[in-house]
Design a protein around this ligand. Structure first.
Ligand code: FE2
Length: 241
């Protein structure tokens, strides 16, 4: 690793995932990022769907200087105009709402098109892989922190990856083996670990800091109600599930 690589890796980096159209949670996290002195952003996908503010969320993301931005399954589905047959009724309703506002907005749709082309990113100077799901199934592969991670560590070893950042489960956590790390920053807009506060991670050299940030859940819930979406989608924000 060169001196320049080491300098690039020492940059304080905020890693955000699964924002899910929750502008209130995103803004609270961005404020926290500023206060923590984060200098760059890596984003792990699922920017939209479920929440009531997809256009506002995309506009906010567009205003940021984001160094790495990959797609999640919800971003890809919306771009491809498809919904899984296994989608739940509330998931289908959320998709239809998001589709109705994002796909008719040319600017946001172009942004979605750009994001959707990139399911995985590699940051060579930090030997870090960014993926929403898993390396084998970047959109839909779901790894939960309690599962056996040996296959993932094997892939990391084969690809000379030191750190793998992954989202999708909405549950934060970190696993380590032989100096390698698997890190999930949790979800900004829809945490599912029983704690309703927005979740993200700050990386700085070898230090990993998990951040939880309270935000205006009432306003986020109201946006979901205003969008005409099912009660389940706003109630879960209060429960963190
Ligand atoms: Fe998600």
């Amino acid at each position: 690793m060169t001196d320049t690589d080491q300098k690039n890796c020492a940059v304080k980096t905020a890693v955000l995932s699964d924002i899910h159209a929750n502008i209130q949670a995103l803004d609270a996290v961005l404020k926290d990022c500023r206060e923590q002195g984060a200098e760059r952003f890596w984003m792990l996908g699922d920017y939209i769907d479920y929440g009531g503010s997809p256009l506002e969320t995309m506009a906010r993301l567009e205003s940021l200087n984001i160094e790495q931005m990959i797609a999640g399954n919800h971003d890809a589905c919306l771009y491809l105009d498809t919904v899984r047959s296994s989608a739940t009724p509330h998931g289908r309703k959320a998709y239809e709402f998001t589709r109705s506002v994002v796909r008719k907005n040319k600017r946001q749709f172009r942004m979605l098109e750009t994001i959707a082309q990139k399911p995985v990113a590699y940051v060579p100077e930090c030997r870090t892989l960014l993926v929403h799901g898993t390396p084998e199934d970047p959109y839909w592969g779901k790894f939960q922190m309690g599962e056996d991670p040996d296959d993932l560590f094997r892939v990391m070893e084969e690809r000379d990856v030191n750190v793998m950042m992954m989202g999708h489960s909405h549950v934060s956590g970190m696993l380590m083996k032989s100096g390698r790390k698997i890190i999930n920053p949790g979800s900004v807009g829809q945490p599912r670990d029983g704690c309703p506060a927005a979740s993200y991670v700050i990386l700085e050299k070898d230090t990993v800091t998990f951040r939880r940030v309270s935000y205006d859940i009432d306003a986020a819930a109201e946006a979901i109600r205003q969008a005409g979406l099912p009660e389940y989608l706003w109630k879960r924000l209060y429960q963190g599930k």
